[in-house]
Design a protein around this ligand. Structure first.
Ligand SMILES: [Zn+2]
Length: 260
């Protein structure tokens, strides 16, 4: 595992924040946008604590729902061995954790100031870090078998988001998804998110398509219609999750009753 501390070290040890802002990351969070928020030095102490916690969690990482995770991604220990992690500050909300490709390499990225905001909100940081790691490492493993689309084709990208986020969200949802009763959540959120996805898959206006690609996986948790529809479809079909993974993107969309 290769952990890059450059940005967080600059934040902790000197004041040349301009150098932080020049990092490739801030031009690659969203296509064609420069997204950066000046980190606040008053958070140095907290960032140090989170840095230690995240290092500890990375060094003895075990995914949540380890049995299912391993059945889907049997090669995860090797993938983690080769993983590139970027620990940063400077990402604006809501970019707390993500996987981005740059120069042909995939990076798992955590913004420590964003994570510190969860601590302020009272979340248990240890279990939250484990959830975030499970989520992002699910993306990393999935991208090995199903590479991120390189074309700008809207439909291919939207369908890929649904597939990719479905597995990352369900596996990191809690400690034991096999035992968890999803009935109420499914009743409340599944068809709503599916309706939005169905209409998004019919959108032909270019500008609206760009907006929908972002909304499919950002904003308020239950409003992320791409992620939530995929996640809750998997929650309804927990016993087939490995099989659904092995059959890929178009098959999932078809199983959800949508036209691939
Ligand atoms: Zn994700």
């Amino acid at each position: 595992m290769n952990i890059d501390f450059t940005l967080v070290n600059k934040f902790l040890n000197d004041h040349r924040f301009g150098e932080i802002e020049n990092h490739w990351l801030f031009n690659n969070i969203e296509n064609g946008e420069h997204l950066f928020e000046l980190p606040n030095v008053s958070q140095r102490k907290e960032v140090k604590i989170i840095l230690e916690l995240i290092q500890k969690n990375l060094s003895d990482f075990k995914p949540l729902n380890e049995n299912i995770f391993t059945a889907i991604y049997p090669e995860w220990p090797q993938i983690i061995g080769d993983m590139n992690v970027l620990l940063v500050v400077g990402c604006p909300e809501p970019y707390d954790a993500m996987v981005k490709e740059y120069g042909g390499t995939q990076y798992v990225i955590f913004d420590l100031i964003r994570l510190n905001n969860y601590v302020k909100l009272g979340y248990n940081i240890d279990s939250m870090i484990n959830q975030l790691l499970t989520h992002e490492i699910s993306h990393l493993c999935l991208h090995q078998k199903y590479p991120v689309p390189t074309s700008s084709d809207y439909f291919a990208n939207l369908k890929y988001i649904v597939f990719d986020e479905a597995f990352a969200h369900i596996l990191s949802f809690n400690e034991n998804i096999a035992k968890y009763d999803f009935t109420k959540i499914i009743e409340k959120h599944y068809s709503k998110s599916l309706v939005k996805l169905r209409s998004a898959l019919k959108e032909s206006d270019n500008e609206k398509q760009n907006e929908l690609l972002i909304k499919a996986n950002s904003g308020l948790y239950w409003d992320k219609f791409g992620s939530i529809s995929g996640k809750l479809f998997l929650a309804r079909n927990k016993e087939n999750i490995v099989n659904i993974y092995s059959k890929g993107v178009d098959n999932l969309i078809q199983l959800m009753g949508l036209t691939p």
